[in-house]
Structures are given as structure tokens and as C-alpha cells.
Design a protein around this ligand. Structure first.
Ligand SMILES: [Zn+2]
Length: 169
């Protein structure tokens, strides 16, 4: 898999995951010490996957001890900040003058595989009722063949950073 990504190209099979599948742990910049902090649900999202987005969140920083909890469910997505506290995301990278962002290491890996592929296969939708997948919602500038090399390089750098974070935590 790594070999294939290093060489570029390959095939990406959309497995039907949406952005909601990556929201259980969001890595952010701590508002107090600017180190790496985590936004997680207060309750187990596995108990009711439909409520994944709407569960109240807590942000915690293992470096300075910062903790904040939501008291009301509010959420906004689409910008390089977390959907709950609007803190800047930790995993962002500049590519072609635009900001590519990810919630966590798994999200980076998904984007890297999707962006670097030369063939992308859509997820099946037999009854046309499934939600739009993450791949289907990615902007065209990320998926254009002309920017593949630059996007792949930027995301590979982001993946290296995310992997390093997990070793130092
Ligand atoms: Zn902190």
C-alpha cells in the first residue's frame, strides 16, 4: 500500500464513508498552549451512530491541562476548524495556495489514498438513498489529475506529521 502511494497512481475504492466517520476524534490547536489537543464526544458514539455529529464534545489538552466542555450542541463544518469549538485544526497543509485539512490521522490517510489514485471507483448505491460519501464531497481542485502530484506530496507530508504525533502523543 505504501509502495503504491509512493509511486503514485493506483485504484481507490470508495467504501461509502462520510465525514461523520472521522469526527469521533478531532485534533486541534490548544487555545491556551498552542500544542496538540483533542476534541471527543462526552458519550460513546458507538451507542447510537446516528447521533455521531450531535453529541456534546469536550476538548482536552494533554500538555497544559486545558479542558472545556460544550453545554449546548452547536456545530459548523467546512472550514479548517473543528465543528464544535471552532478551534483551528492541527492537521492542515497548504497545497496550491489552498488549505487541505483533516480531522485526524485516519482522515489524512483516506485523503492521501483518494487523491493519489489514478482510478476512483464510486461506492455502490443500489437504492439511491445512501448519503453522499466523503469522496463525492471533495472539491474538484483536490481531485484534478493536473494537481495529483502536488496534492499527494502535501498529504504525504501531513501523514508523516500525523504519524509523528502518535509516537510522541
Ligand atoms: Zn494546551
Amino acid at each position: 500500500m505504501v509502495e503504491r502511494i509512493m509511486n503514485g497512481g493506483g485504484r481507490f475504492q470508495d467504501d461509502g464513508r462520510t465525514l461523520a466517520d472521522f469526527v469521533d476524534e478531532v485534533v486541534v490547536v490548544c487555545p491556551r498552549c498552542s500544542d496538540r489537543a483533542l476534541v471527543r464526544p462526552l458519550e460513546d458514539p458507538a451507542a447510537d451512530p446516528r447521533s455521531r455529529w450531535s453529541l456534546l464534545r469536550r476538548v482536552t489538552c494533554g500538555h497544559c491541562g486545558y479542558v472545556r466542555e460544550q453545554t449546548k450542541p452547536t456545530m459548523s463544518i467546512g472550514a479548517p476548524h473543528d465543528p464544535y469549538f471552532s478551534l483551528p485544526l492541527w492537521l492542515t497543509v497548504d497545497a496550491d495556495g489552498r488549505t487541505v485539512w483533516a480531522f485526524n490521522a485516519e482522515h489524512v490517510d483516506y485523503l492521501l489514498q483518494c487523491v493519489s489514485a489514478t482510478l476512483r471507483v464510486r461506492a455502490p448505491d443500489p437504492d439511491r438513498h445512501r448519503p453522499q460519501t466523503l469522496m463525492e464531497r471533495l472539491p474538484s481542485w483536490m481531485l484534478a489529475a493536473s494537481s495529483r502530484d502536488r496534492m499527494t506530496k502535501a498529504l504525504r507530508a501531513l501523514a508523516t506529521r500525523a504519524a509523528h504525533d502518535q509516537t510522541v502523543n
